[in-house]
Design a protein around this ligand. Structure first.
Ligand code: GLU
Length: 418
């Protein structure tokens, strides 16, 4: 059990659940059930590497809860993936999907691998074998994977193809975040980043500010951070800093994000982008800005650096970027933290739209997707804000409490929590 529940993110997540549960007097039976995943699958993924050697990778799919609907959540390829991390991320999906008012449960998967070290052929082979191993447990009405850190629409295309080959017919609804050509949704690629900006707009409003006169620092320039930067820049925000694995860039007058995106398309990393000063990732986190959006991995704002954070608002594009100790320090500093299950919900909301389009064979315009997404994020933000104000708690506890109340009602109705 230690391997499942012992990780820092798992412990952190369950403490938030306990705190929020106390606040809303959650039934102890509901709490007991939510503390552990429903089903945990660990698989070996043998891959014949390009040099002829066989390497066996470890893969996971953790299905946390399906009270509200089919399991739903991404697949992560990263060298630090382990069972406890995947289990924590699966639980966060349950809470996120509940908060976003989606008819979906929560799951997460992953393979412990550095995808940058594999060739395209090796990645395809890994993805197909992993899909095959988990295929008895996934499906359009059972469990629907999507991209996460280290995976993308190509990964989803291979998953879709493998799953469909095994079932003998094409099942586009088995994954979301697919390429448009094979049933993907317009707007899905940018959705998480867009959601981050919609949540940022709402948070700034509370400080009587607008995006067009705000400064932003964005940690991570990948599938979340890049699109948040593009949208923020398009709406007139001054994006003064961004970072990726190659380092961080700073320009007090604001980075030209349109040019930076073009640069990254060609060079793959932000390093050596002209008209910016190189700073460290750590320095980016401590900049004096209106909004800091950590959009990469968990645990980057911790007890060691939280005291030095100068941002007025933190919008969590990543899952779990702020540790619990850091949360307390940030509360003390008066920094507003818009928590992950609210701030980065845009990805799974548009995944849901994609799934609905696939099963109804009717596709929406990009404007429809964006407008509906904005509506969901704004509404969820308002619910969380109201809960936090009336209960005098921070937004993380408010968001979790809101999510738990919906889950509790559903579990009671289904007779799952006596
Ligand atoms: N990986 C994303 C997340 O953490 C999206 C999951 C999905 O679309 O199912 O929310």
């Amino acid at each position: 059990m230690e391997a499942l529940t012992g990780g820092a993110l798992y412990q952190n997540t369950m403490k938030i659940v306990e705190d929020a549960g106390k606040l809303v007097s959650l039934s102890p039976n509901v709490l007991e059930r939510l503390k552990l995943p429903r089903r945990t699958l660990v698989v070996s993924v043998p891959v014949k590497m390009d040099d002829g050697r066989v390497k066996v990778f470890t893969g996971y799919r953790v299905q946390h809860n399906q009270t509200l609907g089919p399991f739903k959540g991404g697949i992560r390829y990263h060298q630090q993936v382990d069972l406890s991390e995947v289990a924590a991320l699966a639980a966060l999906m349950t809470f996120k999907n509940s908060l976003m008012n989606l008819p979906l449960g929560g799951a997460k998967g992953g393979v412990q691998v550095d995808p940058n070290k594999l060739s395209k052929a090796e990645l395809e082979s890994l993805t197909r074998r992993f899909t095959s191993e988990i295929s008895p447990f996934i499906g359009p009405d059972k469990d629907i994977p999507a991209p996460d850190v280290g995976t993308d629409s190509q990964t989803m295309a291979w998953m879709l193809d493998t799953f469909s080959l095994e079932s003998g017919f094409s099942q586009t609804g088995v994954v979301t975040g697919k390429p448009i050509e094979i049933g993907g949704s317009l707007g899905r690629e940018a959705a998480t980043g867009l959601g981050v900006i919609y949540a940022t707009e709402k948070a700034l409003e509370k400080l009587n500010k607008r995006l067009s006169d705000a400064t932003l620092a964005i940690q991570g320039f990948g599938k979340v951070g890049m699109f948040a930067a593009i949208e923020g820049y398009a709406k007139g925000a001054r994006v003064v800093a961004v970072s990726d694995v190659s380092g961080a860039l700073y320009n007090e007058r604001g980075l030209n994000i349109a040019e930076l995106s073009r640069f990254v398309k060609e060079k793959k990393v932000i390093k050596d982008f002209p008209d910016a000063q190189a700073i460290t990732n750590e320095e980016l986190l401590l900049l004096s800005v209106d909004v800091l959006a950590p959009c990469a991995l968990e645990g980057v704002i911790h007890a060691g650096n939280a005291k030095k954070v100068k941002a007025k608002i933190i919008v969590e594009g990543a899952n779990g970027p702020t540790t619990r100790d850091a949360d307390e320090i940030l509360d003390g500093l008066g920094c507003m933290v818009v928590p992950d299950i609210l701030a980065n919900g845009g990805g799974v909301v548009v995944s849901y739209f994609e799934w609905v389009q696939d099963i109804s064979w009717l596709f929406w315009t990009e404007d429809e997707v964006r407008n509906k997404l904005r509506e969901v994020i704004y509404k969820s933000f308002d619910k969380v804000w109201a809960m936090s104000e009336t209960s005098k708690v921070n937004m993380r506890t408010g968001a979790m409490a809101t999510s738990l109340l919906r889950l509790e009602r559903a579990m009671k109705l289904r007779g799952q929590a006596w």
